[in-house]
Design a binder for this molecule. Structure first.
Ligand SMILES: *Cc1c(COP(=O)(O)O)cnc(C)c1O
Length: 433
C-alpha cells in the first residue's frame, strides 16, 4: 500500500515513510491509495476471531509492505493489551469504553501503535529520533506513555501551563527516562506555534532527526479503526446495525470509523458529536466550511476550530456533500447540556460519563428520540477520573480514584519555558544526540 498527499496526489510515500515524515513535504495529509474491502463473511463470522486476529486483519493491508507479519502481530497485541468493552447504558444506548488503556483515553491505541512502528522503522538509525509534540491534554499523556522506553526515540512534549487537568499533567510529567515535558507559559496555540516553527527550522534539522506524533500521522489514525470492528464483534443486534456517535475535535477518530465503514463495516449512520466548536455541523447544514478560532469548553480535547482530519473525510466521500450527508450527521452540544447529561445519566442509569463521552451520548440520544427501532453506541473517549474536578460537582458525589491513586502521589518534573522560540531551540540543540 502506498499513501498519497492530499495536496498533490503524485507525491506518494510508503507506510514507513509516512510514519516517519508525519505529513508530506507539501504539508498534505497522507491518504491510502486504495481502501481494502472486507468480505461480508468476515463481518458475519466476526465473533469467531480473537481481538488480536481482528486487529491484524484490519491493519495488514495498510502496512504489509513495511512490517513483517510477526512484527505486526507483536505490535497489535501490545497496542490492544487492555479491554475495550461495549457496555449497555440504557435500553437503546451502549457505550464503547475506550479508556481502559494506560492513560485512560482512546489516544492510547494510536499512540501505542505509532510508537512501536516508529521504533521498528528507526531501529538501525545511528542518530536518535526526536518526537516533538504539542498537547492540549490527552495527546501528551498517551504519547509519553506509548513512547516511554522505546529505544532510539526521544520525546519532547510541550503543554500549556495551568491549562491541562491535574491527572493529565501528572501523566506527562512523571515518567522521566526518554520523555521530557516542557511547560509553556501560554496556551495551546502557543505550544502548537512553537512546534510548527521548529519543524520549519532547517538549521535545527542539521542537528536533530525531528518528527511529530500528532493525530494526522497515519500510524495514529489507521489503528483507530480496530475498535469499531471490536464494537461490531460485541454488538448484540447483528440484523440491526448501530448508529455510532463519536465525540469529535480534530476528527481523526470518526475518520477512522468512516474508513472502516468504507471497508464494509455495518453501521447505520455516524454522528459527529461536537461541543461549541461547530464548524462541521455548520458545514453539513449549509455547505460552507468556515474555520473558527477554538472556543474553550468542558470537553477540552475537542476544542478545535479547524479540524485537520476533515480533508480526509471529504476525500473518503469524494467531496460529495450529499453522499457525506447520507452517512454522517453532526450536532453541536453546549456545556450546559453536557453537564445536565452527566447528572441525568448518573441518576437514571448509574453510569458516570466524562465530558467528552457526555457530548457523544447527548447527540446520540437526540437522534434516537426521532427515529424508530434504531439503537446505537457512543465512544467514551476518556475515563471520568481525568476530569474529576468537573464530574464530581455534576453528579454530587466523589468518584473512585483508585486507578490513578499512585499517579496522584507522584511529583511532576517539567522544564518551564516562555512561548519564545529561541528558548525552545536552545533546549533542543543542547539535548541533540
Ligand atoms: C482527542 C480527544 C477527542 C477528539 O478526538 P479527535 O480524533 O481529535 O476527533 C475526544 N475526546 C477525548 C477525551 C480526546 O482526548
Amino acid at each position: 500500500m502506498r499513501y498519497y498527499s492530499l495536496n498533490d496526489s503524485t507525491h506518494t510515500a510508503s507506510f514507513a515513510e509516512a510514519t516517519i515524515e508525519g505529513q508530506g513535504m507539501d504539508k498534505g495529509l497522507y491518504f491510502p491509495q486504495t481502501i481494502p474491502f472486507f468480505h461480508k463473511g468476515f463481518f458475519q463470522d466476526i465473533t469467531q476471531y480473537t481481538r488480536e486476529e481482528i486487529a491484524f486483519m484490519v491493519l495488514h493491508p495498510y502496512v504489509k509492505d513495511d512490517l513483517p507479519d510477526e512484527e505486526l502481530t507483536r505490535i497489535v497485541s501490545e497496542t490492544i493489551n487492555f479491554s475495550i468493552p461495549l457496555v449497555q447504558v440504557s435500553n437503546d444506548i451502549f457505550c464503547l469504553e475506550l479508556f481502559h488503556g494506560p492513560t485512560q483515553a482512546f489516544k492510547d491505541v494510536g499512540a501505542r501503535f505509532m510508537s512501536r512502528c516508529l521504533g521498528y522503522f528507526v531501529r538501525n538509525n545511528n542518530k536518535e529520533v526526536t518526537v516533538l509534540v504539542a498537547t492540549s491534554g490527552d495527546t501528551g499523556g498517551a504519547v509519553a506513555n506509548g513512547f516511554y522506553g522505546v529505544e532510539g526515540v526521544n520525546v519532547i512534549i510541550l503543554y500549556p501551563s495551568g491549562k491541562v487537568s491535574p491527572v493529565q499533567e501528572l501523566q506527562l510529567t512523571t515518567l522521566g527516562g526518554n520523555i521530557t515535558a516542557l511547560e509553556v507559559a501560554g496556551n495551546f496555540d502557543d505550544c502548537q506555534a512553537l512546534v510548527k516553527q521548529a519543524f520549519s527550522d532547517n538549521q535545527l534539522k542539521e542537528h536533530l532527526f525531528l518528527t511529530s506524533a500528532n493525530s494526522i500521522n497515519v500510524a495514529r489514525w489507521l489503528p483507530q479503526q480496530v475498535y469499531y470492528f471490536l464494537a461490531w464483534q460485541q454488538w448484540p443486534y447483528k440484523s440491526n446495525p448501530p448508529v455510532v456517535s463519536v465525540p469529535s475535535g480534530n476528527f481523526g477518530n470518526i475518520c477512522a470509523g468512516l474508513l472502516a465503514f468504507k471497508s464494509g463495516l455495518p453501521v447505520r449512520r455516524f454522528i459527529a458529536a461536537c461541543n461549541a466548536n461547530d464548524v462541521v455541523p455548520h458545514y453539513l447544514a449549509n455547505g460552507r466550511y468556515n474555520p473558527q478560532k477554538a472556543i474553550a469548553t468542558l470537553s477540552n480535547a475537542m476544542d478545535v476550530g479547524d479540524p485537520s482530519n476533515w480533508v480526509r473525510i471529504r476525500q473518503l466521500f469524494e467531496n460529495n456533500l450529499e453522499s457525506l450527508r447520507s452517512s454522517v450527521l453532526a450536532e453541536s452540544i453546549t456545556d450546559r447540556e453536557t453537564l445536565s447529561t452527566i447528572e441525568q445519566v448518573y441518576k437514571q442509569h448509574h453510569y458516570t460519563l466524562d465530558p467528552h463521552g457526555a457530548v457523544g451520548y447527548t447527540a446520540l440520544a437526540h437522534y434516537l428520540e426521532n427515529v424508530e427501532d434504531q439503537k446505537g453506541y457512543f465512544l467514551e473517549t476518556a475515563h471520568p477520573i481525568k476530569f474529576y474536578e468537573t464530574i464530581e460537582p455534576a453528579i454530587g458525589n466523589s468518584i473512585d480514584k483508585s486507578i490513578v491513586h499512585s499517579l496522584l502521589t507522584k511529583k511532576k518534573t517539567s522544564i518551564k519555558i516562555s512561548p519564545d522560540y529561541t528558548q525552545l531551540k536552545d533546549f533542543l540543540l543542547a539535548n541533540a544526540r
